[in-house]
Write a protein that binds this ligand. Structure first.
Ligand code: FES
Length: 176
């Protein structure tokens, strides 16, 4: 191999490697964190009371929230007029058919898609409420239960999950 050809191959090699390093973060950002597995472990020890985080799982976003004592008291006071207070018409596992709509009162897990037309809800600025939909202003309480008079027909959907340790829960797909 002559010297010129050898140098050309070295330069091409460096160029391809550099392009790979530049492109990797871009393509990595397109891959949802959390993936598409049938189950996903989620740690909650990084959350302080009142904080929440978004988890991506199987193409959808979920809110994982650590409730503060004040939030739990607000739910227990139950003075908001709700469309489906007992979640009889809403979608959740059996363990979430309670006022907290969760396994443990202090940890709340919900899909964050409005049950009207599927817009992403955001955390409410009203401390008595949990979530609000920016599309047609449906409000949900701190347990994701829709407030009476809202366009949304049912409460936010709750996924199936269980705790596998004190601070780790496992989201699991239910076979239908
Ligand atoms: Fe949320 Fe219409 S999509 S209120």
């Amino acid at each position: 191999m002559n010297r010129r050809l050898w140098l050309t191959r070295i330069v091409k090699g460096f160029t391809l490697t550099g392009a790979g390093f530049i492109a990797y973060p871009f393509f990595r950002a397109l891959i949802p964190v959390g993936g598409n597995d049938a189950s996903l472990e989620v740690k909650v020890d990084d959350l302080k009371p009142g904080q929440s985080k978004i988890v991506h799982w199987r193409g959808r976003d979920l809110v994982v929230q650590k409730r503060s004592a004040q939030m739990i008291s607000t739910i227990e006071e139950g003075d908001i007029d709700l469309k489906d207070p007992a979640s009889a018409k809403s979608s959740q596992p059996g363990f979430a058919e309670n006022q907290y709509r969760s396994l443990r009162p202090e940890i709340f897990v919900t899909y964050n898609l409005c049950t009207h037309l599927g817009c992403q809800v955001t955390e409410s600025t009203d401390s008595r409420l949990g979530f609000s939909c920016p599309c047609h202003q449906s409000d949900y309480d701190l347990s994701g239960r829709v407030v009476s008079g809202a366009a949304a027909p049912t409460n936010l959907e709750i996924p199936n999950y269980r705790f596998i340790s004190g601070n780790t829960l496992l989201l699991e797909q239910i076979d239908t």
